[in-house]
Design a protein around this ligand. Structure first.
Ligand code: PAF
Length: 293
């Protein structure tokens, strides 16, 4: 009979963490040796399975994977949750080690925005369509600026973004195209909890009662999409959906049907590709979600 091995399973190697641009340049030059391709996964930490799906897709696309962890002050309004945004550094490191990520880029705020920093990217048209931008006017300027910096700093061949932040995905894609950046922005489908709630770092803010109500958003999106596919006028389907969301206790910011690429408003009935997008507050927590029609 074979004796069971007493050797402990090997602990995954913690990926190197760099915090300065000078060290990042040296580390990425090393990763790029023999023309190895690099995929970047930009994050603000507090990693969940949605982020890990981005990392897995990144590993399929490129030989090397860099994950950035940076809670970007430029995309939070003074009234928003910058100070309380969940920070789970040790768990993030362990999750990225388990996926064998090559490098973690975790600059300080002073490294990203040194004294005297004053440039800001004016985001493209898709950032000005009356969705997230209408409720968080500072948001896409802050996202576009930090993402442009991350792209310049890491110079990846691919950059992975979740479809959960659908308008953000379109903004970053248009920005990369407009600025002739030599990388491909890759959108990755939303990862959901078993009851349909889209995974988000901000779900951690929900109370038990709010958590139980939260999957309403996806249920309403699915029902609306079905009704529109069956030929109900879009305005009617949305009116029913809005009422259902409000009845479930949400304060609704928007529930809209938009052109899936430009996010422009659409006519009452249309053959254009459509995306349904929703944002609503449950207590203090703002949730967003979207699906294709
Ligand atoms: O989606 C996020 O986590 C952030 O907006 C991003 C893209 C990392 C920029 O800070």
């Amino acid at each position: 009979m074979k004796r069971a091995s007493k050797r402990k399973p090997e602990k995954p190697r913690t990926p190197p963490v760099v915090r300065t641009i000078a060290k990042l340049r040296r580390a990425t030059a090393e990763l790029r040796r023999r023309n190895a391709s690099i995929a970047l996964v930009p994050t603000m930490g507090a990693l969940h399975d949605g982020h890990l799906a981005l990392v897995r897709q990144a590993k399929r696309r490129a030989k090397r994977v860099v994950v950035s962890i940076f809670v970007n002050p430029a995309q939070f309004a003074p009234t928003e949750d910058l100070a309380s945004y969940p920070r789970t550094w040790d768990a993030d490191l362990a999750a990225l080690a388990a996926l064998d990520v090559d490098l973690i880029w975790a600059p300080t705020v002073a490294e990203m925005y040194p004294q005297g920093f004053s440039s800001r990217i004016d985001p493209p048209a898709v950032a000005k369509v009356g969705l997230e931008d209408a409720h968080r006017p500072h948001f896409f300027g802050g996202v576009a600026t930090v993402v442009a910096k991350l792209f310049t700093q890491v110079a990846p061949d691919f950059a992975m973004f979740g479809e959960k932040d659908y308008q953000q995905l379109k903004v970053v894609t248009a920005m990369a195209r407009d600025l002739d950046l030599r990388l491909k922005v890759v959108g990755v489908p939303t990862i959901r909890e078993k009851d349909g709630l889209a995974m988000s770092s901000r779900n951690a803010y929900l109370s038990a009662a709010e958590r139980a109500a939260a999957p309403t958003l996806q249920r309403v999106l699915k029902d609306c999409a079905k009704h529109i596919r069956e030929g109900r006028p879009i305005v009617d389907a949305l009116a029913v959906g809005r009422a259902q969301i409000e009845r479930a206790g949400f304060a609704l910011d928007y529930l809209e049907a938009r052109h899936a690429e430009t996010l422009a408003p659409v006519a009452a009935t249309t053959d254009e590709p459509l995306r349904l997008l929703v944002a609503a507050k449950l207590g203090k927590t703002r949730l967003i979600d979207n699906i294709a029609v």
